[in-house]
Design a protein around this ligand. Structure first.
Ligand code: DGL
Length: 281
């Protein structure tokens, strides 16, 4: 067990550093809550894996976070949301979950050209969640997609603007821009970290939609519903952030500080027969 003080705790997880884009948005909105973040870097990337396998990871990570007293779980990963959000809600009916889905609804509203691009990983495009978003919100627009092969790995390596990262993004974006896309949806939580490069390639007239502020607002709403009597949002107490990785804690610490601008403790977790456990350091 961690030594976080007994106030509201949000559990957040992703395959790696991507969910830090959501963590950052939640911190901006709710600096008073404690956050417990799991990065499953032993298995990054999730995107090319079978949905069933990702569902297994997501279930075990959720169990771990609940053991760390998380009262709300944010699945800060589109791939894990696609693979597991429905089943997590079924398996843990008492737990509020916030998931990610490509933000096609605001994109369809914002697009003047009627053509939008979605950047996400293969798991996200395969899930029922994406099919449902497409059906509900994208009837009036043309949607172009790219899985940006290798981009998650470049971001995990801390390469936010090097030639390889740029080449991946140009390959994804140029056909969309040539086809008239004026709005780009980021359907992977890693991608907000390359917004400056996306904007540079796409030009200032193209809107880039990062869903993390909306996800943070939803987490805030659900937390208030779950803990109506809790002393929250008083702005007086500073919430603590505990980061964990199934990869290398030193590398994660360095990269998360660079991406997120805050230095937080990082502990190591390990997979053991399908469950997560803490490694003494
Ligand atoms: N950040 C993740 C997402 O939002 C996962 C990317 C990956 O591991 O492939 O989809």
């Amino acid at each position: 067990m961690s030594d976080l003080p007994p106030s509201s705790t949000i559990g957040i997880f992703d395959s790696g550093v991507g969910g830090l884009s959501v963590l950052r948005a939640i911190r901006e909105l709710r600096g008073d809550v404690n956050i417990f973040y799991v990065a499953d870097q032993a298995h990054v990337p999730y995107g090319p894996r079978p949905l069933e396998q990702v569902r297994g990871f997501a279930t075990a990570i959720t169990e771990y976070l609940l053991g760390e007293r998380a009262e709300l779980i944010t699945v800060a990963c589109n791939a894990a949301s696609a693979a597991a959000l429905y089943s997590l809600r079924e398996s843990f009916p008492e737990v509020p979950f916030v998931g990610m889905e490509p933000a096609l609804k605001p994109a369809a509203t914002l697009s003047g050209s009627g053509t939008v691009g979605v950047l996400a990983t293969p798991a996200t495009f395969q899930g029922e969640l994406y099919a449902s978003v497409l059906e509900r919100f994208a009837a009036s627009v043309t949607v172009l997609t790219s899985t940006c092969p290798g981009l998650v790995q470049r971001i995990e390596a801390g390469d936010l603007d090097g030639p390889d990262t740029r080449a991946i993004l140009e390959e994804a974006l140029c056909p969309m821009l040539d086809a008239g896309a004026d709005t780009i949806v980021l359907g992977c939580t890693h991608y907000p970290f390359v917004i400056p490069l996306i904007q540079l390639i796409a030009g200032p007239g193209v809107k880039v939609i990062d869903p993390s502020p909306a996800v943070a607002r939803q987490a805030d709403r659900l937390l208030k519903e779950a803990r109506p009597a809790a002393k929250i949002a008083d702005g007086l107490s500073a919430g603590r952030v505990q980061l964990c990785t199934t990869g290398d804690p030193a590398a994660f610490s360095k990269l998360s500080a660079a991406l997120f601008g805050e230095s937080n403790p990082v502990s190591q977790l390990a997979w053991n027969k399908g469950a997560l456990c803490q490694v003494e350091m």
